[in-house]
Design a protein around this ligand. Structure first.
Ligand SMILES: NC(=O)c1ccc[n+]([C@@H]2O[C@H](COP(=O)([O-])OP(=O)(O)OC[C@H]3O[C@@H](n4cnc5c(N)ncnc54)[C@H](OP(=O)(O)O)[C@@H]3O)[C@@H](O)[C@H]2O)c1
Length: 322
């Protein structure tokens, strides 16, 4: 495993584990998955993974409970990251929600406490007042944000009066927005971009095609899995396979290596089984050559999925099986 080169109380592994899947029926993994989830966590620990990401929203607290129980006595050795869903993120609510998350996780301190998304009405001055007091009493280690633009990330730092260590955003080969400003900022200021959906929810694994889309409500709502987009992605997947073959790796591992190339980026792929966790952890060791990286960039640029409003009628038709 590789770790971010930054001054943090505990090392942060380049590959973390995302746990939205835990306790969340909408991924379609069935009741058996809860046992598997614990095995995934234990294996991740064995492999040197130190970043475990959850949120109060995932499974309405179940993800935090499953993760905390699976970590057991190792909770203190790793970076446990959770998120507040900022419905009304005024200071007293932030404090009370952190206490509830810590209790579900079974920890006396949340190593990284993140604001799940920017609240359009409540300013970060208010939210960060709550965060600062949580840091002052030791219930929260580092503060993070998620789905923040650069301006608001920096504003949140000014409001906190301390570093906001990380911004967790969608970042993969086919969602490259963070490369414009968030990643350069992280590199210059010593911050971290946490890449969520780094496999585009499995799209980049090459496991799915138009005749074999994934099950579950989460991915039915993701336009990348429209039959048309799965077809349009064939060339990109072929390029991933080509690079993967040269490393004796899989397309998913190469997709992870693509985002991890930036020193201040870590990725938190979810996993449906232990073997995926193993492969994802191993991806931290892959070094892409400049030519390989250029080929991946070109293939990613050439992929033009149908997204946004144009995707809506197609998604309705796909839902109706037409
Ligand atoms: N802050 C936010 O707003 C936000 C939003 C979304 C996610 N997140 C966080 O980010 C984490 C990851 O994002 P995500 O779950 O949306 O997407 P992801 O990590 O891109 O995709 C995860 C899915 O990809 C497949 N997969 C994983 N490893 C694989 C491998 N080695 N080979 C083949 N397939 C593999 C699995 O599905 P199958 O095996 O079923 O195909 C798995 O459930 C979440 O768990 C959550 O913690 C945060």
């Amino acid at each position: 495993m590789r770790y971010v080169r930054l001054d943090t109380p505990k090392p942060i592994s380049k590959i973390g584990l995302g746990t939205w899947q835990f306790g969340s029926k909408e991924w379609g993994y069935g009741p058996e998955y809860e046992r598997r989830a614990a095995e995934i966590v234990r294996r991740a620990l064995d492999l040197g993974v130190t970043l475990f990401d959850t949120a109060e929203l995932y499974g309405f607290g179940r993800s935090e409970r499953i993760l905390g129980a699976a970590l057991g006595d190792d909770r203190g050795k790793v970076v446990v990251a959770s998120k507040i869903f900022p419905l009304l993120p005024v200071a007293p609510v932030v404090q009370q929600r952190a206490v509830a998350s810590a209790a579900r996780l079974g920890v006396d301190g949340i190593d990284l406490y993140q604001v799940h998304q920017a609240n359009p009405v409540v300013a970060d001055t208010t939210t960060m007042r709550g965060m600062r007091s949580l840091q002052d009493v030791g219930l929260v280690g580092e503060v993070g944000v998620s789905n923040y633009g650069l301006r608001r990330w920096r504003f949140a730092e000014a409001a906190l009066g301390r570093r906001v260590l990380s911004n967790q955003v969608r970042y993969s080969m086919i969602d490259r927005g963070p490369e414009e400003d968030l990643i350069p900022y992280a590199e210059q200021a010593g911050r971290i971009v946490i890449a969520y959906s780094p496999l585009a929810q499995g799209f980049l694994s090459g496991r799915y095609d138009a005749t074999n889309p994934p099950a579950g409500a989460v991915r039915r709502a993701n336009p990348y899995f429209l039959p048309e987009n799965l077809e349009r992605g064939a060339q990109l997947i072929a390029t991933l396979r080509e690079v993967a073959d040269a490393h004796d790796a899989t397309p998913s591992q190469i997709a992870l290596a693509y985002v991890l190339r930036h020193p201040n980026v870590v990725a938190i792929p979810g996993a449906s089984g232990v073997e995926q966790m193993e492969r994802n952890a191993a991806a931290a060791e892959i070094d892409l050559t400049d030519d390989e990286y250029a080929a991946l960039v070109a293939a990613a640029h050439a992929f033009r999925p149908v997204t946004g409003l144009a995707a809506v009628p197609r998604m309705v038709r796909a839902r109706l099986g037409k």
